[in-house]
Design a binder for this molecule. Sequence first.
Ligand code: XBP
Ligand code: MG
Length: 254
Amino acid sequence: MSLRALIFDVDGTLADTERDAHRVAFNQAFAEAGLPFSWDVPTYGYYLRVTGGKERLRAFLNEHPELPQLSDADIASIHRQKTGYYVEMMNAGLLPLRPGVERLLNAARDHGLLLAIATTTTPANVESLLKSTLGAEAPQRFHTIGAGDIVSHKKPAADIYTYVLGQLGLPAADCLAIEDSANGLQSARGAGLATIITQTEYTKGQDFSAALRVLDHLGETASPAHVLQGQAAGEQVVVDIPTLQEWWADLRQG
Ligand code: XBP
Ligand code: MG
């Protein structure tokens, strides 16, 4: 038996999109709509516990009854504007992939592993990020891109990973998920997936006890990653396909 597919989260995992891209795009859309608030870095970090941009804005308004309240239609319209600003930023090439991501995607292709995406973000965001960082053909490298409202319950519900596994036609036991957050970990584990965490500034300190390994990033030869939790904690590693195969096989042997 061998590992057959890698399923990647997007925000925080492929790229550090939240603070300098999603947050900024939300604030542009709020200003454009004449709304009397914006999200600073800590406030946005607090509301990241709610996945999905529309859901995040609703949660913020629910906790701020003193602010003008918006209908679902208004939220949807502001969110469409926000997506437009986000896509513009990606098209301008403003955000790089995280260390090791392109290397690992290439290695997976060379080893014949299937690639997929399971994310809460809007499909247009995924497409623009992939194209701006990896080229116009990049979305076609993924067998399945599961994104946004395609399922009714977003992470931490397992629905998006269950959907992607169904599209791949593979059991969870043949795949690994790569995530950055506790919400993502809960979602992937709920679908039965062993999960590697590459934490971010926003997600460090979250409960990753259910992860197979927790790392600071995937690592490059010149700047290896640090294993922060799990077997071999404290070691440095450049995560490649043999590494993932080994971690995955250890799991099988209990
Ligand atoms: C990502 C999200 C998304 C993005 C914003 O979570 O929750 O909502 O923050 O994208 P994950 P949208 O990385 O766990 O998938 O505004 O398009 O929802
Ligand atoms: Mg994420």
